[in-house]
Design a binder for this molecule. Sequence first.
Ligand code: NAP
Length: 372
Amino acid sequence: MNKHKVGIVGWRGMVGSVLIKRMIEEKDFEKFSTFFFSTSQAGDDCPFRFSESNKLLDANNLDDLKKMDIILTCQGSDFTEKVYPKLRDHSWQGHWIDAASFLRMNEDSVIILDPINRNLIDKKLETGNKTWVGGNCTVSLMLLAINGLIKENIVEWVSSMTYQAASGAGANNMRELLKQMGYLHQTVSDLLEDKNGSILEIDQTITNTFQDQSFPKENFLVPLAGSLIPWIDSDLGGGLSKEEWKGHNETLKILDHHYDPIKVDGLCVRIGTMRCHSQALTIKLNQNLSEDDILDKISNGNEWVKVISNNRDETIQNLSPAKVSGKLDILVGRVRKLKLDENIVSLFTIGDQLLWGAAEPLRRILSIITVK
Ligand code: NAP
């Protein structure tokens, strides 16, 4: 049997690098013939020995792209907007798999998160769907965390308060966060050496440093290290950020409206962590369940959910971005019924947003398509 020809674009970025690492771990490259494309380095040597071509192909060359059965891109929305319509206009019939949001809400795109919507994916594959888009990282992680409640049709609404990592904004932003940390540290490193020195002087120096002309903030525009940014993505007006808009709208699309409509809303905040998103969820159930029942349902949601007991030691030791970074686990802790209402429960969930929030659903849809 001829192997599928798979073209990968955007492999050097944040999502792309994590994707390639996972594909190597899972030996995915043995299953198809892979070609690597670049928007900036076409013609250079390809760094991967499993590539069919020893040179990088031009990601803006439609003729080369059209030879692919499947194109997987982590390049970003600008690339998708430029290339995808032209390929389809030229009658290219291949599968397009995309990390960017540009095509997400299109009628002929499926938002892929197969532990949640495998039935929808299979149905769409059978009816000839060819466009597959990864979901927003925060939405995907939230759905994986509370899958056990959602699939039982008992969730009325979810309020999500997020603590999102720098990696959600890309490779350059992750670097900038670390540069900001280093910049802050070097302004007070001498003062820190003096154990009897004034903490107020240290604090004042840091506060002043935020205003330095040379403080590195080209990407985030403001300090993130030692601070936070309570706005993510564009401004939709009415006080709503696009990241917050995605919570409700992508959830309904991923669930294919099969369940009673769930309302999702909240506030999205960028914090100075590297690659794991955390979310405090307040969930209104449509029935009064015991905490044990709720925990039972959450832990049976899927094989990646790991429930952390709601006590101080377990929480500080095991429920943190540092603990789950680089892992596929979806941590769920602090589960507690709130005094506000007998049907309201709160929890805290953390996941590696570069894995389940970005690369893993793309890797898995590629496997699903190529074994069909
Ligand atoms: P990224 O790290 O900025 O990489 C995108 C492209 O930028 C790379 O493929 C590379 O293209 C170019 N690039 C420029 N400077 C670079 C540098 N210093 N290091 C590496 N690459 C550099 O973007 P991303 O975070 O992977 O996101 C890609 C797409 O996925 C976006 O549409 C994003 O919205 C979406 N997405 C991201 C996340 C996330 O967590 N970051 C999650 C879900 C979806 P060339 O090699 O062609 O120059």
